[in-house]
Ligand binder design. Structure first.
Ligand code: AHR
Length: 328
């Protein structure tokens, strides 16, 4: 499908509307509803990489939603967590003349130029998962999670269980410069502010198991048994840390209590087994909403600028109850 075949003046005025931001966007579209009339919508999806269990579930959700059966021709790229590679993938989608581009941005900064290029090429961009610092006028819509609230919920649990005890905390941060890591750090920091919880260290484990394990090994060498609690920005880093804690002869969940974010199957299993103590969910099933947004934007409908998907949180008891029914 190539809806960019619209006559010059009509197209220009439609596009001017499409990228004016604020309350939402309309887009090209003019003749009919892309994807609803048998036309195939070609979509380029620039994924971050495959750093975590959450990411695998998110990729699966996107591939399922942007399927042939649903009227899409998906061009998929995973950038191995490298910002330059992800920007190059978006440029390649522009050169291929796709109908729309979806991006799960690795970092918040650095998007202005390529988003402007997409806009100049009259290709609407939808963001999923993470946010960017670029002007809202440069993309049509975003669907994702409230990362700051996720961090705050994790921090409130730590405050409730450790304030007043002079506890020592270490943190495993997500990918440096990603909105997920920045916002979770902000929310968590706010929640434990004014407590007597002592933050011994905070370093990035890049959202991976290997990263989490390596950084935790360093923490254990440096602080040993002084560590009371670990906050990991995702399950995978927490799971990597479990190996390091066990190898150091300590019992995760008891000697060192662990709070993480995501609630993927492996994390929930660790929680149900008593090795994690609390998990804040981060819902990866964003594909359906992203596909709906792409269709609506191409059909010229007004869409919300931001869609926030709700998260919940789990204690060990709650994890035992829901583990079998978790879809990812
Ligand atoms: O942006 C969402 C985060 O990215 C998830 O919490 C993490 O697991 C993933 O890598």
């Amino acid at each position: 499908m190539k809806k960019k075949m619209l006559a010059g003046a009509a197209l220009l005025s439609a596009m001017a509307l499409a990228f004016t931001g604020c309350a939402g966007n309309t887009s090209p579209g003019a003749s009919g509803e892309p994807g609803d009339g048998g036309d195939v919508i070609k979509v380029g999806f620039a994924q971050t990489g495959s750093e975590s269990g959450w990411r695998s579930a998110n990729t699966e959700s996107m591939k399922e939603a942007f399927s042939k059966e649903n009227g899409f021709d998906l061009v998929f790229n995973a950038a191995d967590n490298k910002q330059e590679a992800q920007i190059a993938a978006v440029r390649s989608f522009i050169n291929q003349g796709v109908d729309a581009i979806v991006i799960a941005p690795i970092t918040v900064d650095g998007w202005d130029d390529v988003l402007k290029e997409a806009q100049d090429a009259q290709i609407p961009v939808i963001l999923e998962d993470r946010t960017v610092s670029a002007s809202e006028d440069l993309y049509a819509s975003w669907v994702g999670l409230d990362f700051e609230q996720e961090g705050r919920t994790a921090g409130e649990w730590v405050k409730e269980n450790f304030d007043g005890k002079g506890a020592n905390l270490v943190i495993l941060e997500g990918t440096t410069g990603s909105s997920a890591a920045l916002d979770r750090a902000t929310g968590f920091g706010e929640a434990i502010k004014g407590t007597d919880i002592n933050v011994l260290d905070s370093q990035t484990g890049d959202f991976t198991r290997d990263g989490g394990k390596k950084v935790m090994e360093g923490y254990l060498q440096k602080y040993g048994k002084d560590i009371d609690v670990l906050f990991a920005h995702n399950d995978d880093m927490g799971l990597g840390a479990l190996d390091a804690i066990k190898a150091a002869g300590l019992t995760p969940g008891k000697d060192i209590q662990i709070v993480t974010i995501d609630a993927v199957k492996d994390g929930m299993t660790a929680l149900a087994n008593g090795e994690f103590n609390f998990i804040v969910e981060c819902n990866p099933l964003l594909g359906e909403k992203a596909a709906e947004l792409v269709k609506d934007v191409l059909a010229g409908k007004t869409v919300e600028k931001k869609t926030i998907v709700e998260d919940q949180s789990f204690t060990q008891e709650q994890a035992k109850e829901v583990l079998d029914s978790r879809p990812y």
